[in-house]
Write a protein that binds this ligand. Structure first.
Ligand SMILES: Nc1ncnc2c1ncn2[C@@H]1O[C@H](COP(=O)(O)OP(=O)(O)OP(=O)(O)O)[C@@H](O)[C@H]1O
Ligand SMILES: [Mg+2]
Length: 233
């Protein structure tokens, strides 16, 4: 089985001296290509740190990380930016939408980075918003949208360029039950159809059944993994 994500002995220490914080202390993780992995664990255990390293947003302190056959930490900055733009989608815990761009323009950003022409990119982004139940809201600014609507714009942005890996930090935290289930169904469908690999951090037990495997973290380590009961896959 090929792994889209393979992590060995990963450590991350933030800061130095007296303010030093060890966020990861030897993480082992393997996520098969085309599967949906969830990462659960208490606040502060290192979930966001781990997926930031996997997505090539943050450098680890030590350890090996193979993501889609490459190690982002070993790439030159420009290569890494290009690699990420082509292959990775990221749903941030705080959404990180640009306040002066409309919903459709926000969702189109990854396509613009890849050099798509503006109108085509925004049209494609509108289609992605439609699939997330946001038809007709493409021209709204983030400040004009509810939290759950903003979260779905962030999800559209993570999927719009059809990356091979999507990393999501609590993607259903602002969604009601039905919308959360719908978003996860969409994730599963895209994963199954396009061989997309998904790594989803969550506290939301209502979506566990969408996972192929659930990894539990505690204090900077992956301490256990299991296949969920009632899995939909
Ligand atoms: N930029 C940073 N500088 C210093 N310490 C940090 C930084 N980011 C995170 N930490 C610390 O690293 C540890 C892990 O943080 P992380 O954000 O990965 O946790 P988490 O599991 O995502 O938590 P939550 O469920 O609350 O989002 C925490 O102790 C946190 O305070
Ligand atoms: Mg977090």
């Amino acid at each position: 089985m090929t792994h889209a994500v393979e992590v060995h002995g990963l450590t991350k220490v933030y800061g130095r001296g007296a303010t030093q914080v060890t966020a990861l202390r030897g993480v082992e993780l393997g996520v098969p290509s085309g599967s949906l992995a969830m990462i659960v664990g208490p606040s502060g255990c290192g979930k966001t740190t781990l997926i930031s390293v996997v997505a090539g947003i943050l450098d680890p302190s030590e350890g090996a990380c193979r993501v889609l056959g490459a190690d982002p930490a070993k790439m030159a900055d420009l290569d890494r930016t290009a690699w990420r733009a082509r292959n990775v989608g990221f749903v941030f815990q705080q959404f990180n939408l640009l306040p002066t761009l409309t919903a459709a323009e926000n969702a189109a950003v990854p396509l613009m980075i890849l050099g798509w022409e503006w109108d085509t990119a925004v049209a494609e982004a509108r289609a992605a918003l439609d699939r997330l139940g946001l038809a007709g809201r493409g021209d709204s600014l983030p400040s004009e949208l509810s939290g759950g609507q903003q979260q779905r714009v962030a999800i559209a942005r993570a999927l719009v360029h059809r990356p091979r890996l999507v990393v999501c930090d609590e993607p259903t935290s602002a969604l009601d039950h039905d919308t959360g289930q719908h978003v996860m169904e969409l994730f599963r469908e895209v994963a199954d159809r396009h061989e997309l690999t998904l790594v989803v951090v969550t506290h939301d037990a209502r979506i566990y059944r969408f996972a192929d495997r659930i990894f539990r973290m505690d204090d900077g380590r992956v301490v256990e993994s299991h296949v969920p009961e009632e899995a939909v896959a």
